[in-house]
Ligand binder design. Structure first.
Ligand SMILES: *Cc1c(COP(=O)(O)O)cnc(C)c1O
Length: 351
């Protein structure tokens, strides 16, 4: 059997230290899980109802092209048409689909530390990777990213705001960067957290996508929508790129329940905006508490905060956070924000 050498170095995704292990260590199961940037709230009631309603039609294949969901996404992003949108089984799937559209051999470039999927996906599709280090303030240096672009570069991946640092670039800087990129290099923006951004200088990048031929943005229902378990994400791309993503895409990868729940959640614009506002308020509160406790942290625009401490201080108090070394940030922890009670417990761990 001849297996692909390129896969030798791909490491399957490992979830954070198993919660039940840690809970067992403590002889308790009343721990707070702040490890994976999930939302602590379940799906919106309307999303729940929509999924239940379609379940009885489970004998039929779902919509091949997810037309109603794509329409809902288009309506929520002024100027975007359904032809700009492709749905996937999580934004992870559309990120891989996007990479599948790139000519090979070739290379993708991304800042580091960032989302580990970029590295494994590049290898899986047969591209090489080049990482460009963040600066000492955990910020992306666009000049360094631009100088790394060469004739082999097929795409630049920019997670904005960035996971695991929570830092972001204003849209004006992203726009300038896009304009400076060679037109045959695709700029892929991963906006998994854009709904949590409160800086008015970052309204999301769909307008930039519409004015470009080589910019695409991926978003997800796993974070602010609270649907991580249902696996739905999407890309907004110029028509030609969207067309090619559709060609690379596995048919029917998003199931009936997920499509129905995501569509209902997308249409509940007010409730989702309210959740985002709540999380931003909690972010302010937790950051203030970190500051008061003398804990160094990176000011965040997301639903998580990178703080300069090991996870033990929180684990002792029954709060599980993500240890930073595995994310490229040794000595730091990435702490997802929970609901009010969970965040109270997080803050209490510091005293
Ligand atoms: C959570 C996250 C995603 C979402 O992945 P899904 O496959 O949609 O669940 C994408 N990108 C980044 C950077 C993330 O942190």
């Amino acid at each position: 059997m001849r297996l692909r050498k390129a896969l030798d170095e791909v490491r399957p995704y490992h979830p954070p230290r198993m919660e039940w292990e840690l809970a067992a260590d403590r002889g308790a199961n009343d721990y707070v899980k702040l490890t994976m940037n999930e939302l602590s709230f379940g799906p919106l009631p309307e999303a729940n109802a929509a999924a239940v309603e379609v379940l009885a039609r489970g004998n039929r294949y779902p919509e091949r092209d997810s037309a109603p969901l794509r329409e809902a996404i288009a309506e929520a992003n002024p100027g975007v048409g359904a032809e700009n949108v492709v749905i996937g089984n999580g934004s992870s799937e559309v990120l891989v689909d996007l990479m599948q559209t790139l000519d090979r051999p070739g290379e993708v470039i991304f800042p580091w530390p960032s989302f580990p999927l970029y590295s494994s996906a590049a290898r899986i599709v047969g591209l090489t990777e080049r990482r460009v280090e963040l600066d000492t303030h955990h910020a992306v240096v666009l000049d360094s990213l631009l100088s790394a672009v060469g004739p082999e570069t097929r795409a630049v991946l920019l997670c904005n705001p960035n996971n695991p640092t929570g830092t972001h670039l204003p849209l004006s800087e992203v726009r300038e960067f896009a304009a400076a990129l060679p037109q045959d290099v695709l700029l892929i923006l991963d906006e998994a957290y854009y709904e949590f951004v409160t800086d008015p200088a970052y309204p999301g990048s769909h307008e930039l996508v519409l004015e470009s031929e080589n910019v695409a943005t991926t978003r997800t229902f796993s974070k602010v929508h609270g649907l991580a378990g249902l696996r739905v994400g999407y890309v907004i791309a110029p028509p030609k790129v969207a067309d090619y993503v559709g060609r690379a895409h596995t048919p029917f990868s998003v199931n009936l329940l997920a499509q129905a729940a995501a569509e209902a959640s997308m249409r509940a614009v007010g409730s989702i905006a309210e959740r985002a506002r709540f999380m931003a308020g909690e972010r302010d509160r937790v950051q203030a508490a970190f500051g008061a406790a003398g804990l160094e942290y990176v000011p965040s625009q997301t639903n998580f905060i990178l703080a300069r401490t090991g996870p033990e201080v929180f684990e002792k108090a029954g709060v599980l956070v993500r240890e930073g070394e595995a994310l490229g940030c040794p000595g730091w922890s990435r702490i997802s924000l929970g609901n009010s009670g969970e965040n109270d417990q997080l803050i209490a761990a510091l005293s």
